[in-house]
Write a protein that binds this ligand. Structure first.
Ligand SMILES: *[C@@H]1O[C@H](CO)[C@@H](O)[C@H](O)[C@H]1NC(C)=O
Ligand SMILES: *[C@@H]1O[C@H](CO)[C@@H](O)[C@H](O)[C@H]1NC(C)=O
Ligand SMILES: *[C@@H]1O[C@H](CO)[C@@H](O)[C@H](O)[C@H]1NC(C)=O
Ligand SMILES: *[C@@H]1O[C@H](CO)[C@@H](O)[C@H](O)[C@H]1NC(C)=O
Ligand SMILES: *[C@@H]1O[C@H](CO)[C@@H](O)[C@H](O)[C@H]1NC(C)=O
Ligand SMILES: *[C@@H]1O[C@H](CO)[C@@H](O)[C@H](O)[C@H]1NC(C)=O
Ligand SMILES: *[C@@H]1O[C@H](CO)[C@@H](O)[C@H](O)[C@H]1NC(C)=O
Length: 862
């Protein structure tokens, strides 16, 4: 690089920084009218926003022959605030609100409806349309009652974006539908807020290379607004544009969830010079979803979201991108499909922005024809094969879908159909003997769903959730029934009200479906109000208690420390992971509790505790070599299953002797999935999340390159193998320097051929020399410098099985006294499959494969 280009680059950075500072000045709306309809005085809502009474506002006039203010009789507990929902204005004939505004700007127009009984009028009777002075139909034959019921929401917010009339006004005409007897119109709140022109670029019409769609003067209805890979963002956290952003996970199709990640704390978004920062809040750009670590897996699926929409309209689909990991062109390149058509080939975010952490968005337009079955928008991402990128992967940070008014100036669609799910839920609600659960869940969703800003959002969720539910095919009635409802919690707004997002709100339906929900009182009872004498473990997350549920079943109850920052994520990960995985050598999750701000997990009780306490630093009787081998084999099976048995490889990330538990039958089970990932994060060092795992077990390659692969678990498992052999800690700072790290020291001894010197003295003379050789070689291979050179978990397992056979034939010539104490892990009833599973987590074809496998391994034949 020559000096002048270096200087230019420096200048460029300065400019970027300046631009960043300047753009931080943020957009200030010139109009911000919040109207509390039917109210007589000014009042503030829960977020502290001031709403004016519609009878006193100076910027508003109401023209109506029959308008009456009213107060709702019933206050639904899910309303975020009295204002503006508890008061309404009722119109029994055509009536018009007129707002004086700055005519040069587009405006948000948000209509708030709370269908309730007003002045004795039943809400079911209300059907009406709303149109603007410029003849745009916003709503037609609209029933807030039907819509809210279909979505199981207490209230509805519709967000439009419109241009004022040329006289500098926005007028809204409410017309009760004349087709229905005694129909009336009503509205609880109206927001009119100026907005920047976020539709200034034409969008390319998908499927037509040469056609663009310009929003121009059209009116727009927001259908979906998602913080992909991130959390719910409430309106007061979205600069001055007061938008609401929802979690995208409810819309993901199938099991291909990809992986989510966030920018490191030190990563500052860099807005290009002169470009505004209001297209999406920083939260949106700082979190993302990608496809996952395994290029082969990624090549075989599309990362897909599905949205329910009204047919016969054009939609603008806006993609928000901000590359948080890659730094170079052609590292992550992908194709974008909308409704099975290619919207963009070879999308390369770095190619567009030239740098990491630069936010950008891209708009595509799609027309959804009115044909049977065409009421969805599918958005799919797939690695670009033609670009031959370095990583076969894709990324997305945010997604918005806007409906554009048609040529007739119409934006209105039909009222949503009450979903089958709702009918089901109501049915359930009436059933005796179900009291707490279904009611509770229904309550959660009503509460939660109340926060939804866009009515159709929830509808689509319901449809998708319902479809998913059908697919998961849950038989257990108690679990099955409440799940979809619980899943529906996602978009909601429990978080709206409290401002705090909850873990369960991000659980997939499947996760919820496979585990039981415990109430806090149940947990308290099980642990005798968290009696200290029942504590069986303590970690960074909090304490583990031994407990009794269902009159006699022993369980381990992990109560997360509420102050732990990472808690919520790890809590979710653990539930997500464990609920999908059932395997003899993985600890099973029985259920969870999330109440009173508590995050509690309930597992099978492991009678014999951790592997470590049977090897050193405890007064437990030491395990025989064969017992140790069998436990290692069990753990290897569990890990092998994680890597290959599930649909996508799962990397444990924290394999160590304290995360290998032993039940009362001495069956080893891998535990603690709090750090697990379904893929490497491929982070660049400066944007990476902290390297996680435990020192002494950390794969040096992962540490160096922050590339997490299944071979990182293999490395950690190699350390476990040496730990079991040498009966010492992975790290022991009290030893001479060269011996501190077991991995280094054991490798050193192995190379020098003196490994025998550091083997647990209690095992002296008890290990068959061939077995020791095989075992040590296997452990050594696990610790190889480069992940690619290390064996797979399957191969490690094979070698350990082989070592066990060597030991058994050695012992059969030299019987060992204490052998009867242990039920061999690989003996009868071992429903474990060696060959990669079917992906369903079943352990079906087990026996046969194990048998074949054992024969294969058996050195002496049968
Ligand atoms: C109207 O908006 C334009 C552009 O946002 C601004 O320059 C102007 O000052 C505004 N006028 C009033 C009266 O607020
Ligand atoms: C419907 O309208 C008819 C007359 O037009 C009236 O007699 C009847 O009471 C109305 N029904 C209801 C339910 O208001
Ligand atoms: C909203 O912003 C506040 C203050 O900036 C922050 O503490 C809070 O975590 C944010 N909430 C969300 C959901 O982003
Ligand atoms: C896209 O293709 C999938 C699978 O071929 C199909 O199920 C789906 O209905 C299609 N979506 C649209 C909107 O055409
Ligand atoms: C991904 O979606 C595109 C467009 O619908 C389709 O052509 C392709 O076959 C899909 N790929 C996979 C692996 O599902
Ligand atoms: C679709 O919309 C157009 C207006 O853009 C309208 O004329 C036509 O009747 C609509 N078609 C159907 C089937 O609703
Ligand atoms: C109005 O909406 C109701 C409820 O969705 C529906 O049954 C009715 O057919 C609609 N009427 C018209 C004229 O579209």
């Amino acid at each position: 690089m020559n000096p002048s280009s270096g200087f230019l680059r420096f200048l460029h950075i300065i400019l970027l920084v300046l631009a960043f500072c300047v753009s931080d000045g943020a957009y200030v709306p010139s109009d911000e009218i919040l109207l509390d309809c039917g109210s007589s005085s000014e009042a503030a809502d829960a977020d502290g926003r001031k709403w004016l009474a519609d009878s006193t506002s100076s910027k508003t006039t109401l023209t109506s022959k029959d308008s009456t203010p009213a107060t709702a009789v019933f206050q639904d507990p899910s309303l975020p605030s009295d204002v503006p929902y508890m008061t309404a204005r009722i119109f029994s004939s055509e009536s018009t609100y007129r707002f004086a505004v700055n005519k040069s700007d587009r405006h948000w127009l948000r209509l708030h409806f709370y269908p309730s009984t007003y002045n004795g009028l039943p809400p079911e009777n209300s059907y009406f349309s709303v149109s603007t002075g410029d003849g745009i139909t916003l709503l037609k034959n609209f029933s807030a009652y039907v819509t809210a019921k279909a979505l199981t929401q207490a209230y509805i917010i519709k967000e439009f974006s419109i241009l004022p009339s040329s006289d500098g006004s926005i007028s809204l005409t409410f017309t009760p539908s004349d087709k229905y007897n005694a129909s009336f119109a009503f509205v609880n709140g109206i927001e009119v807020i100026s907005m920047p022109d976020i539709f200034d670029q034409p969008a390319q019409l998908v499927g037509f290379s040469d056609q663009d769609v310009e929003v121009g003067t059209s009116a727009v209805l927001t259908m979906y607004r998602l913080n992909v890979g991130g959390q719910y963002v409430p309106p007061n956290n979205d600069s001055s544009l007061s938008r609401t952003w929802y979690d995208d996970s409810p819309y993901l199709y199938g099991a291909g969830f990809g992986v989510t990640f966030a920018a490191g704390n030190d990563l500052k978004l860099q807005y290009p010079e002169g470009s505004p920062d209001y297209f999406a809040p920083t939260d949106v750009y700082q979190t993302a979803r990608s496809m996952g670590p395994d290029p082969k897996v990624n090549m075989n699926y599309n990362l897909t979201w599905i949205f329910q929409i009204d047919a016969n309209f054009t939609y603008i689909v806006r993609f928000h991108f901000c590359e948080l990991q890659m730094t170079k062109v052609n590292e992550r390149v992908f194709d974008i499909f909308i409704n099975n058509r290619t919207a963009q080939e070879q999308a390369d975010v770095i190619g567009w922005t030239s740098e990491t952490a630069v936010p950008m968005h891209k708009d595509y337009a799609v027309f959804v024809a009115d044909q049977p079955g065409e009421d969805q928008i599918w958005v799919a991402l797939h690695p670009s094969v033609s670009a031959k990128p370095e990583y076969y992967d894709a990324i997305l940070n945010g997604l918005e879908i806007f409906k554009v008014s048609d040529n007739a100036g119409n934006l209105a669609g039909p009222n949503p159909e009450p979903s089958a799910l709702l009918a089901e839920a109501e049915l359930e609600d009436d059933q005796p003997g179900f009291e707490s659960k279904p009611n509770g869940k229904l309550h959660i969703i009503t509460r939660a769903a109340g926060g939804a800003a866009v009515a159709s959002v929830a509808l689509a969720i319901f449809l998708v959730v319902y479809q998913r539910k059908k697919r998961t095919d849950v038989n257990d009635s108690a679990g099955g029934n409440w799940l979809p409802l619980y899943g529906g919690n996602s978009y909601t707004g429990n978080s709206t009200v409290s401002g705090k997002s909850t873990a369960s709100s991000h659980l997939s339906n499947l996760a919820a479906a496979n585990c039981r929900y415990f109430s806090f009182p149940e947990i308290k009872k099980a642990t005798k109000s968290f009696d200290e004498s029942l504590v069986i473990g303590v970690g960074g997350f909090g304490k583990v208690y031994k407990g009794i549920i269902d009159e006699g079943t022993k369980v381990a109850i992990k109560r997360s420390n509420p102050s732990s920052e990472q808690g919520v994520n790890e809590f979710q990960t653990e539930i997500e992971m464990l609920s999908k995985l059932r395997h003899k050598h993985l600890v099973s999750l029985i259920g969870f509790c999330e109440e009173n701000g508590e995050m509690i997990l309930v597992y099978d009780y492991m009678g014999h505790g951790t592997l470590r306490e049977h090897i050193y630093k405890s007064n437990k009787p030491p395990l025989s070599w064969k017992q140790r081998l069998e436990i290692c084999i069990g753990a290897a099976r569990g890990l092998h299953y994680l890597h290959t048995g599930a649909r996508y490889p799962i990397i444990h990330r924290d394999v160590k002797t304290t995360n290998i538990l032993v039940d009362e039958n001495w069956v080893a089970k891998v535990s603690d999935f709090g750090l697990s990932k379904t893929g490497p994060t491929m982070n660049q060092s400066h944007v990476s999340t902290v390297v996680k795992g435990s020192f002494g077990y950390l794969d040096p390659e992962y540490f160096r390159r922050q590339q997490l692969t299944d071979k990182s678990d293999v490395y950690s498992f190699g350390v476990v193998l040496f730990e079991v052999l040498c009966a010492r800690a992975a790290l022991n700072p009290s030893l001479p320097r060269e011996q501190v790290s077991l991995a280094d020291w054991a490798l050193h001894c192995q190379k020098k051929g003196v490994l025998g010197d550091i083997v647990d003295p209690l095992l002296e003379g008890k290990i068959s020399p061939e077995c020791l050789k095989k075992f040590a070689e296997t452990a050594e291979m696990c610790l190889l410098e480069h992940g690619v050179d290390r064996p797979s978990m399957g191969s490690v397992l094979w070698n350990l099985e082989y070592a066990l056979q060597l030991q058994e034939s050695f012992e059969s010539g030299n019987p060992v006294a204490d052998e009867g104490a242990v039920k061999p892990a690989s003996a009868a009833g071992d429903g474990d499959s060696f060959v990669a599973g079917s992906g369903t987590g079943e352990e079906a074809d087990a026996l046969t494969t194990t048998a074949v496998f054992s024969q294969l391994v058996h050195p002496t034949g049968r």
